[in-house]
Design a protein around this ligand. Structure first.
Ligand SMILES: *[C@@H]1O[C@H](CO)[C@@H](O)[C@H](O)[C@H]1NC(C)=O
Ligand SMILES: *[C@@H]1O[C@H](CO)[C@@H](O)[C@H](O)[C@H]1NC(C)=O
Ligand SMILES: *[C@@H]1O[C@H](CO)[C@@H](O)[C@H](O)[C@H]1NC(C)=O
Ligand SMILES: [Ca+2]
Length: 166
């Protein structure tokens, strides 16, 4: 690869990494940064833990909902972002899916349809432990993110996904 192409590549990469949209809440005077990761914009709040319902409301404040991972590509993009960012290491996050209505049928909060993509921790999850795990989390296990069903009242961090323009 020539030097010119190399620099163009670096510039593209830097451009993608620094793409941020600030979204203000409906009150108007608080803004939060949504970061471009893969093909979507996410707001990752890794400072205050919330239960699933609180996390969902938190996202709603910023024209977003808890993240719904729709493909392996999205899962990989988000995972590698979280794993390589210091402030997020060792933390677990809520996703926008649950089976509160019908046990075993995980639905997406994006459109109320079946959760489009799953990467359950193999062989063990989801297991509705104690018949009390209905909300989906991103779970770091041996330094790889998987999905797990978790008690909705547990306190985790929120990852919001910006509503895409129609
Ligand atoms: C977003 O907000 C941050 C902090 O207020 C500011 O530094 C940054 O320039 C803003 N970015 C854009 C694209 O508006
Ligand atoms: C928003 O503005 C109102 C009125 O100025 C103020 O009372 C409130 O504390 C502000 N909220 C935030 C989150 O800054
Ligand atoms: C995270 O959410 C909490 C609770 O709403 C808020 O006080 C805090 O400012 C947020 N932090 C970031 C970095 O978004
Ligand atoms: Ca579980």
């Amino acid at each position: 690869m020539g030097l010119t192409q190399y620099f163009i590549l670096i510039l593209c990469f830097a451009g993608v990494l620094s793409n941020v949209i600030n979204i203000s809440n409906s009150g108007g005077n608080e803004t939060q940064p949504f970061i471009e990761i893969g093909s979507k914009y996410y707001l990752i709040n890794a400072t205050v833990e919330m239960n699933w319902f609180e996390a969902m409301i938190y996202c709603r404040n910023f024209d977003s909902y808890l993240a719904v991972i729709e493909s392996e590509a999205e899962m990989n993009a988000l995972s590698s972002y979280l794993i390589t960012n210091e402030g997020h290491i060792g933390k677990n996050f809520w996703l926008g899916a649950n089976d509160l209505v019908d046990e075993g049928k995980f639905m997406s909060v994006k459109d109320g349809r079946t959760m489009p993509y799953a990467k359950w921790l193999g062989g063990h999850q989801p297991r509705d432990y104690d018949r009390n795990e209905d909300c989906v989390q991103l779970w770091l296990f041996n330094n790889i993110f998987y999905m797990n069903d978790k008690n909705c009242w547990a306190k985790l961090y929120a990852i919001c996904e910006l509503r895409q323009p129609k």
